[in-house]
Design a protein around this ligand. Sequence first.
Ligand SMILES: [Zn+2]
Ligand SMILES: [Zn+2]
Length: 219
Amino acid sequence: MLEFLLPQRCLCCGSTGASVCARCLSSLPRLEPPLCDRCGAPTAWPVRRCSECSGRRLAFESARAAVAYDENVRAIVAGWKEHGLRRLAAAAADVVVAAIPGPPVDALTFVPPDRERLLQRGHHPAERLAQELGKRWELPVLAALGRTRSGPRQRGSSLAERRRNVRGAFTARAAPGSICLVDDVYTSGATASAAASALRKAGASGVRVVTLARALRLG
Ligand SMILES: [Zn+2]
Ligand SMILES: [Zn+2]
């Protein structure tokens, strides 16, 4: 079903034959209800807001992710991002579509690349994932967002720093109707919220967020 030519080893377990072997693909840590209605965090029972998102101003209506951002998913996303494993976008989209119903929106868009990183990598995982999801959900994909500046790298930053860094980092072209924003990983929600805020300012009536993976807070 999933036959990747390169590399010859599973990014998770190292077995030969595929970028992600069938066994690892089937044992990804899927996120299942109950979830926070707003931010998609797993919760003990269905809630409209959870301890992670209550009291925060989030510019999106809801966020959903297919899998938890554990060690294996981290390895897959790193391989996808850094090594440009193109076919992982299709596999990631299959994982998303299996977990998340098509959102009731007019179009998909994606968190835009940092110019520097786009030049380094020559590809943009979030855009590829959006394109693959657009095919599966039969929704148009708009390049609605741009970056106002090249922000500092988020990796290793504290939560407060991340939120500060991304505020005002995005601009949006006219975005009529409702939009689903696609990204590879939901970490603090700060990036998604800043991008959603730009889309709302550009006229979007509502923004939903869909990602492949979601970081989970401990405890
Ligand atoms: Zn494997
Ligand atoms: Zn929440």
